[in-house]
Design a protein around this ligand. Structure first.
Ligand code: PNS
Length: 161
C-alpha cells in the first residue's frame, strides 16, 4: 500500500491546500494530512482546531486521514510507515527551501521520497499568511477558504462576516 504524508502548518487550511489534498488523494492509496505541532510558531489556531477544520473539509475523501505530529517529519514518516512526502510548489521562490528540506530528508532516510506537485494556477498566489492578513482587517476571504471556516477565522480577530 502506498501511504503518503501531506504535512504543513495549515493555519488555516486554504483552497490551495484542499486542491493539493484532492489531487494527492488520487495518486496514493492513503494520504495522511499531518499538522505540525510547532509551539515556536505561535499559530492562530491550535493543533486541535486545525485538525478539526481539516477533518471537516476532507470528509468526502475516504482515503484521507488527518493527523498531527511533532519533531522531525522524516521520523514521523518512519513511524507511520509512509514512503512519500507530498509538498506543493507555488512558484520558483518555494523551490529553493523545499529542495533543501527534501534533500536533507533523503539523506536521513532514502526510502522516503518527496513528491512535488505544482499548485493549480488559480491558487498560485495563495497562502495561509495572506488569509490571516486579509482577515485581520475584516476583508473578504471567501475566495481563499471554504465558506464554513470563515466565521471561525474572523472570530480570531473579533471580526464578523
Ligand atoms: O505549511 P508549512 O509551514 O510550509 O509546512 C512546513 C513543514 C511542517 C512541512 C516543515 O516545517 C516540517 O516538516 N517541519 C518539521 C521539522 C522538520 O522535519 N524539518 C525539516 C528538516 S530540517
Amino acid at each position: 500500500m502506498r501511504r503518503a504524508i501531506y504535512p504543513g502548518s495549515f493555519d488555516p487550511v486554504t483552497f490551495g491546500h484542499i486542491d493539493m489534498i484532492e489531487r494527492s488523494a488520487k495518486i496514493v492509496d492513503e494520504l495522511l494530512v499531518a499538522v505540525l505541532n510547532n509551539s515556536a510558531k505561535n499559530p492562530l489556531f491550535s493543533v486541535k482546531e486545525r485538525v478539526s477544520m481539516l477533518e471537516e473539509i476532507t470528509s468526502h475523501l475516504p482515503n484521507v486521514k488527518v493527523t498531527s505530529f511533532d519533531g522531525l517529519l522524516i521520523d514521523y514518516a518512519n513511524k507511520v510507515d509512509a514512503s512519500i512526502i507530498i509538498r506543493g510548489l507555488r512558484a520558483v521562490t518555494d523551490f529553493e527551501y523545499e529542495l533543501q528540506i527534501a534533500q536533507t530528508n533523503r539523506i536521513v532516510n532514502p526510502n522516503v521520497a518527496t513528491l512535488f506537485l505544482t499548485t493549480s494556477l488559480e491558487y498560485a498566489y495563495l497562502s495561509s499568511t495572506i488569509v490571516k492578513e486579509v482577515a485581520s482587517y475584516g476583508g473578504d476571504i471567501s475566495h481563499f477558504v471554504p465558506e464554513r471556516l470563515i466565521e471561525r477565522i474572523y472570530a480570531k480577530y473579533n471580526k464578523e462576516s
